[in-house]
Design a protein around this ligand. Structure first.
Ligand code: MGD
Ligand code: MGD
Ligand code: SF4
Ligand code: MO
Length: 749
């Protein structure tokens, strides 16, 4: 039961918990009367968020109480679904999958894993045993419509795809932000609740932040300076900044120079990217580029940060590489006030010696287009072709877990058709939506308020070391994502796991074994049975969290003499525990084979050539489409919540006044938007934030499909931007090119 329930005189309880909806991880204060959430506010005592929250956090109660949220498994029945018992659902899955599971080659079964799993501790911990049991190489996730270029860049440079530096926002003097809109999206791979407040504070203490975005977003409007770059040109522009810094001898990598390979031939590699050479492609004049380069190099403490707008394009990995190159050249990598590697309470201890196995991709390739595997997965842009294309290894069955690829992935309409052609599909999901309507079985986990919460992923990207556990707000006897995944692991497994409990035990044991074998762990070489007996927790998830936190950098190490963290301690601190600012970690953090920062790699060299070729590309489209995220929205799945969706129409095509006039289109008119992939019709909104040659449509809409059970969303369906997105990818990472799609506009009837 919640340790934090306070007696308020009525039967109302006050409960504190972390918001699981986005990466900001705000602490919330919920008022619960009987079994109803009657109020959600920001927790003013939260050590990290200090009371900040957004409208989505406020809507958490509505999400929990949404009558359309599924609570019983659904099984396909003719054109629709019928409710079924959990056992019936599992038995059906077992029967229908049997022929594919018995095959030696499991590639006919694929999985797509969506974004909410990374906000969900149970799914985060138990996807691995499920996927291991599934033994398929046809794994697709939302990473390839998102951040995978950043992982690849870090893998190549630092040897560890999870060594992702974050801007030390609270101590910096200067930030250069590309393709991110933290004012409305609240930060990504940069966990810092209330980024608007933190950015305002930066300006107030005399610092500057510059935003590079084709749109004048709220972040851009609040910035010290806004540069409306042409979509897709960030890599070239960042390389030009680096070129200036190197050519004008402004580089001051300091001690980093001694641990970096590849500084010497940088001038030659960057030579083609002069500010003059990139000006046309980026639409940023050379003088401005030079000035920004000098400002960046001249600031005492500065950082460069590029996110999805700059990464979900053709040169996404190169953007990631150039970003960290600039941080390195200016001496800001791993320095307070620059960009730093965070430390989470559950990080593994690794000693102070750099070096490791390094990073590589392409250990296997996709069947149809030959895409290299990256971090064990293929581009989701190739999911449809793997289902459609006949031949050995053709995907015939699919699991989706917390994902809605029909709205969220490139050429969603094509993905929808492909899903309809599958022999069998299982969705682990809380809604009957555009994707899950194609499933044969839908398995709904509990609501987010019925599960405990610990940010396994986002504490690793947080600008302070924070420890925070949330108990469930409501008790529930329904299975959660992790229960479902354990059961599916048994079904997909080789028979060695008798039941879901055995999967739980084996998973805990795997974590324990890894720790006992880690020479830097406080329990290195200890007796497994002894430690096992001392691990606390009421659920399989709690036990693993207890183990990880106790053996992490702030843990008690299972020693009675050490004052340190464990799960019980976290439970006593519902407002979280602040463990301090980020600290330098280089060179120990490096996992390249050489133990050094690597600036050279064949893949990056090829991309430098390709990026230079684009400088003289005269084929630029007249009009290109980019996306946008809005404050009241969250990808594709929170549109069934009244307070978020029942507002003025938001799925509009934004365009600048001059472009609208040139095309003879008026505000509010319906326009047909055509691309090589397809066409959709949306109302036009003339908007001052748009630069010329660029239009913007938010993604995640398109709730008009038959058979979905989203009453509110269906009343505000909008159209899907991803019906316009083709399947092009960044070749190094497989990330989809979501932005900069060539389109034409046509008045619609
Ligand atoms: N054009 C364009 N497309 C984009 C983007 C863009 O910027 N532009 N952004 C991309 C990005 S960054 C992302 S992360 C992806 C997101 O794409 P996906 O990862 O596919 O996620 P969503 O579309 O948000 O769908 C989430 C699904 O999870 C379900 N769900 C919610 N909570 C839970 C839960 O606790 N358990 C389970 N089992 N299910 C749950 C919802 O009902 C929904 O079906 O979209 C990408 N698509
Ligand atoms: N309110 C809200 N918050 C969210 C989400 C949401 O859907 N709604 N989704 C969550 C998820 S899954 C993620 S990954 C994060 C993402 O968080 P952010 O990375 O901050 O992503 P966006 O807010 O989409 O901002 C991307 C910006 O890039 C701009 N852009 C488009 N193309 C280009 C380009 O070629 N170059 C440059 N420089 N800019 C470009 C767009 O105009 C947009 O303003 O947000 C999370 N938070
Ligand atoms: S900013 Fe993110 S974490 Fe904070 S309340 Fe909003 S959705 Fe939740
Ligand atoms: Mo995302």
């Amino acid at each position: 039961m919640p340790a934090t329930a306070a007696d308020t005189g009525t039967d109302a309880r006050t409960i504190y918990r972390t918001c699981p909806l986005c990466e900001a991880t705000c602490g919330l204060e919920l008022t619960v009367e009987n079994r109803t959430v009657t109020r959600v506010r920001g927790d003013r005592n939260d050590v990290f968020s200090g009371g900040y929250l957004c409208p989505k956090g406020v809507a958490l109660g509505e999400l929990h109480h949404d009558p359309d949220r599924l609570t019983t498994p659904l099984i396909r029945d003719g054109d629709g679904f019928r409710e079924a018992s959990w056992e019936e659902a599992y038995v059906l899955i077992e029967q229908r999958l049997a022929p594919l599971l018995q095959a030696r080659d499991r590639s006919q079964i694929a999985a797509y894993i969506g974004n909410p799993t990374v906000h969900n501790i149970g799914a985060s911990l138990f996807l691995r045993p499920f996927l291991k049991a599934l033994r398929t190489r046809n794994l697709f996730t939302a990473s390839t419509v998102d951040q995978i270029p950043k992982h690849v860049a870090s893998g190549l440079m630092f040897g560890d795809p999870f060594a992702l530096p974050v801007p030390d926002i609270d101590r910096t003097d200067y930030l250069l932000i590309l393709g991110a809109n933290p004012w409305e999206s609240n930060g990504s791979l940069w966990t810092a609740p209330d980024l608007p407040g933190r950015l305002r504070a930066l300006k107030k203490r005399g610092g500057r932040f510059v935003v590079v975005d084709p749109r004048r977003t709220r972040t851009a409007a609040n910035a010290s300076e806004h540069l409306a770059i042409r979509p897709g040109a960030d890599a070239q522009w960042l390389l030009a900044l680096a070129q200036v810094i190197v050519a004008e001898q402004l580089a001051q990598p300091g001690a980093l120079a001694e641990i970096t390979d590849g500084l010497d031939d940088l001038p030659a590699r960057l030579a083609r990217f002069t500010p003059e050479a990139v000006a046309g492609c980026c639409d940023i004049d050379a003088a401005t580029t030079r000035r920004i380069a000098r400002e960046l190099a001249g600031s005492e403490r500065a950082g460069v940060y590029a996110r999805i707008g700059a990464q979900a394009n053709r040169f996404g990995t190169l953007v990631g590489w150039a970003t960290e190159l600039l941080n390195l050249l200016t001496g800001n990598l791993d320095r307070s006030g620059g960009v730093m590697f965070p430390r989470a309470p559950h990080d593994r201890l690794a000693g102070d010696q750099p070096g490791g196995r390094g990073f590589s991709t392409g250990r296997w390739h996709s069947r149809v287009s030959g895409h290299p595997e990256v971090m064990g997965e293929f581009p989701v842009a190739s999911l449809a072709e793997e289902i459609e294309t006949p031949g050995p290894g053709q995907v015939r069955a699919l699991f989706t877990v917390a994902g809605n690829p029909v709205l969220s992935c490139p050429n969603g309409a094509r993905i929808g058709k492909a899903l309809a052609s599958l022999d069998f599909m299982v969705s682990v999901d809380i809604y009957l939506n555009e994707t899950t309507r194609h499933a044969d079985v839908i398995l709904p986990p509990r609501s987010p308020l019925e599960r405990g919460h610990y940010d396994l992923l986002f504490l690793r990207f947080a600008v302070r070391s924070i420890a925070r556990w949330s108990d469930p707000v409501f008790a529930s006897s329904a299975p959660d994502d992790d229960d479902i995944l354990r059961r599916l692991a048994v079904i997909a497994g080789d028979g060695t796991m008798a039941d879901a409990d055995a999967v739980a035990a084996a998973t805990l044991n795997d974590h324990l074994k890894r720790e006992l074998n880690n020479p830097h762990s406080p329990i290195a070489g200890a007796d497994a049975a002894d430690i096992l007996a001392r691990i606390n927790g009421d659920t399989p998830v709690e036990k693993i969290v207890d183990l990880l936190v106790r053996t992490g950098p702030f843990g008690d190490g299972f020693s009675a003499d050490v004052e340190g963290l464990n799960l019980a301690e976290l439970k006593q601190h519902p407002h979280g525990i602040d463990l301090g600012a980020m600290e330098s970690q280089l060179p120990a953090r490096l996992r390249t084979e050489s133990g050094r920062i690597e600036l050279r790699s064949p893949g990056i060299d090829d991309e430098l050539v390709a990026a230079a070729e684009r400088l003289s590309d005269s084929q630029a489209a007249d009009l290109v489409l980019i996306g946008r995220r809005e404050f009241h929205s969250n990808n594709s799945w929170m549109h069934n919540i009244g307070s978020l969706i029942e507002r003025p129409e938001r799925c509009t095509l934004r365009i600048g006044a001059a472009d609208a006039e040139r095309l003879g289109l008026a505000d509010g008119h319906k326009v047909e938007i055509r691309s090589a992939a397809g066409s959709v019709t949306a109302p036009l909104e003339i908007h001052a934030e748009m630069r010329s040659g660029v239009v913007s449509l938010p993604h995640g809409y398109g709730h008009g499909a038959p058979g979905i059970r989203l009453q509110r969303a269906s009343r505000h369906p909008g159209v899907s931007a991803n019906d316009l997105v083709e399947g092009e990818v960044d070749p190094l990472s497989g990330n989809a090119v979501l932005n900069g799609v060539a389109v034409t506009l046509h008045p619609a009837g």
